[in-house]
Design a protein. Structure first.
Length: 306
């Protein structure tokens, strides 16, 4: 037992010695790497001197150097890059009040650009109105202003406010009436900004409960349900899913349908097709409009599409 104890003690000492040696060796290796770094670092200044000339003042010519112009150039560069704090500091320290005159122009430009990033075009249009005479001198005012008005109109339409977009165009007839591109652009207010498939799915989800109730009521008349082209009960949908009004014939009081569509007469009054056919049969050749003295024939009537 005593021999085993002594052996375990020797083994423990050996393990500790190996661990201590490995740590010592690691420190020695790190010192070697540090020594190598120090050697390379000491060579670095000499390499810089060989690659670059430390004294560039040798190339300086003895000319009359205007420090005021140099300060103004540097200050204007800061302002041009939008670094107004640096430009102001240089102007204050160097005492160059002349450099302040152009600062306001760059500040206005960057403010307009910030608004353009968030798609607010009103400040840009206001800037054009203020500087119209200067812009007209190089012929850039008209083109720039037209493009901004087009973008503004598109942004209003994208927000879904078609009435506001139409009002915007009407209050600026000089742009939207005199140019073909603007006239074509105004037509886009009748386009749907939603996908037809998404509209179809939304309408189906909203009308499905009513349809299921109707199917349960007429379950015994399955064939009649499959052949039905017009629902016997109204399906109420949200306002966002209503795209046109339902036309009701003022004579028969019937709603329009595929079999009985609305027809416009030459006098611009509108009746359903069945009402027009009945009126045309009551008198040969022509009949009189129920709402004005115009004589109309059935062939002159045109179908309306909503």
């Amino acid at each position: 037992m005593e021999l085993d104890t002594v052996k375990d003690a020797f083994d423990s000492v050996v393990k500790r010695q190996k661990l201590s040696f490995s740590k010592s060796q690691e420190i020695v290796d790190q010192l070697g790497l540090q020594k190598e770094r120090n050697i390379n670092h000491s060579k670095y200044p000499k390499l810089l001197e060989k690659s670059f000339n430390p004294d560039i003042s040798k190339a300086y010519g003895y000319v009359d150097f205007d420090f005021h112009i140099a300060n103004q150039i540097v200050a204007n560069l800061f302002n041009q890059q939008g670094l107004f704090d640096l430009g102001d500091s240089l102007v204050d320290e160097a005492g160059e009040p002349e450099a302040i005159s152009i600062r306001s122009h760059f500040l206005d430009m960057y403010q307009v650009l910030e608004y353009l990033k968030v798609k607010d075009l009103e400040p840009a249009l206001n800037w054009i109105a203020v500087n119209r005479e200067k812009l007209n001198q190089n012929g850039s005012c008209s083109s720039l202003e037209l493009k901004l008005h087009r973008l503004q109109f598109v942004e209003i339409v994208k927000k879904g406010t078609k009435a506001d977009a139409l009002s915007y165009a009407r209050t600026r007839p000089i742009y939207f009436s005199a140019h073909d591109k603007f006239q074509k652009l105004v037509v886009c207010i009748i386009w749907s900004y939603r996908s037809p498939l998404s509209v179809l799915v939304a309408a189906g989800i909203e009308g499905l409960p009513t349809l299921l109730k109707l199917v349960n009521v007429i379950a015994a008349k399955r064939q009649e349900w499959l052949e039905m082209k017009q629902l016997p009960v109204p399906v109420e949908l949200g306002k966002e899913l209503q795209f046109h009004s339902i036309f009701v014939c003022p004579v028969s009081r019937d709603q329009d349908s595929e079999e009985n569509p609305p027809m416009q007469m030459p006098c611009l009054h509108v009746l359903c097709k069945q009402s027009i056919m009945k009126l045309s049969k009551s008198r040969p050749w022509t009949f009189r409009c129920p709402y004005c003295p115009t004589e109309v024939s059935a062939e002159q009537c045109r179908q309306l599409y909503f």
